[in-house]
Design a binder for this molecule. Sequence first.
Ligand SMILES: [Zn+2]
Length: 84
Amino acid sequence: MARTAAPSGSGTAAVLLCGKEEKVLGVQKAPGSCPYCGGGVAATDVEAKWALCCLPLCRKTKRRFACTACARRLVTYPAILHDD
Ligand SMILES: [Zn+2]
């Protein structure tokens, strides 16, 4: 049965939804290298905010790793590297 799957445009919709909002705080070079291609790894600090109809619910800062060469998101990047 065909459900009308709304095509979700090009990932940069900043408005709409009450819900999750992310703000990039900064990017820095992370130690180590990409397990896929050996390229450099960039650590992106992201502040994620959840809101329910303008009421802020919670806020959290997280660090996200991505390869600067092949642009893969390195979700399994070792947690040991989370020093300061
Ligand atoms: Zn890579």
